[in-house]
Write a protein that binds this ligand. Sequence first.
Ligand code: ADP
Length: 485
Amino acid sequence: LPSLLDDPSLLQTQAYVNGEWIDGADGTFEVTNPARGDVIAEVANLSREQIAGAIDGAYIAQKEWASWTGKERAQVLRKWFDLIMANQQDLAKILTAEMGKPLAEAAGEIAYGASFIEFFGEEAKRVYGETIPGHQRDKRIMVIKQPIGVAASITPWNFPNAMITRKAAPALAAGCSFVARPASETPLSAIALAVLAERAGIPAGVFNMLPSDSASEAGKEFCENPKVRKLTFTGSTQVGRILLGQAADQVMKCSMELGGNAPFIVFDDADLDAAVQGAIMCKFRNNGQTCVCANRIYVQAGVYDEFAAKLKEAVSNMKVGDGLEDGTDLGPLITTKAIEKVQDHIADAKSKGAQLILGDGETLQGPGNFMAPTIVTGATKEMKFSTDETFGPLAPLFKFETEEDVIELANDTIFGLASYFYAKDLSRVYKVAEALEYGIVGVNTGIISTEMAPFGGVKQSGLGREGSHHGIEDYLEMKYVCLSV
Ligand code: ADP
């Protein structure tokens, strides 16, 4: 891997704590390339005491950082953004090597991740308060916004770069300091961000990268340490519930980006070719391993067979392989356990009467975690993917008759993150967009992520929003000052 990089010094394996590069008191843990199965790095494994030490440093550094003007913080964030973009290709290669997504997708993630740093740097200058007319003749009411304090993050492996910047950028812009525990599958992308944060001149202690192979220990320290005032998490609903429970003891503020089970609805007035393209982007991006991937594809009866045939043709042209090789559309899955889950969903659907029209969930020869993309027809709500996120390259097609039916089916889940539909009729577009119980609705598009819009879920998909001018609010406290004159 180092020989593939223009700047091999981006590939670091130590933790970045209080402006220092340190080894782990608990030794190291291995990072594996999911396309080849080989170990590509041994990364510092921090002990709980070291994590507590990092929080001490972040606590002190935060006071000074918060005293900087928004414009001063913006200038440093801008430099970080520029450095990330200048190193986009190297960062993408590191990301592909540890996570598996095709290089072009990885480069896209680096730009997407960096966009949050650019955006929130700009927002740092616009943290406006408010004055409110007094409630008595001698009273003046002022509302100011201040950083919450030390923010701690726990992030998953599916977007090793962007899930961190989406949290760190608004936190730093607001004047919080940040301690991050990256996913143990993908710490190298996270550490590379710290290398560039240091080069950009982010002061010691403000941005800390704490790899550790014990997520639960890191989570406990973040929740139990009184110097941490904010927990921000992206991952499964199951782990989100555990963390919310732990955070309750300190009544800690939490942002939670949790699981989804996105419906993707194709109405009979849709542009079918556009819907097929949208479904492919939405279902197979990152090989189905995103929380906004279509998990249930509902197609209206009149266009069901045609849609299925078109989707099958388009997906059968997709090439599965090592993300570092040219022409790869679908990389490996992250682990063999991830493959087993998809296979379980396929077997379950088959046993309940679904038909496989492409693929069979077979794994491909060789050392990596590869599997063929699979499409099933005749999907029903009794099948596992109706309630459980598949997180892999399986597209189940459900047939529906009416708008009312499909809205009921689409909303019949504990999740409420992303949803999508294709239709042309204007009144249908409005009605369905309003009726879907989701934080995000894509209409005639399969791709919705941007730093400019508020991303987040309702129901058990989460709390808070990331991106847009709303995103910085998750890292700010409101203070009301009552002045008697
Ligand atoms: P995923 O399927 O995306 O890995 P998880 O919710 O299992 O979703 O993991 C998301 C992140 O949360 C990962 O970095 C993982 O290591 C971490 N994690 C898992 N269990 C815990 C826990 N009990 N406390 C804190 N973090 C955890």
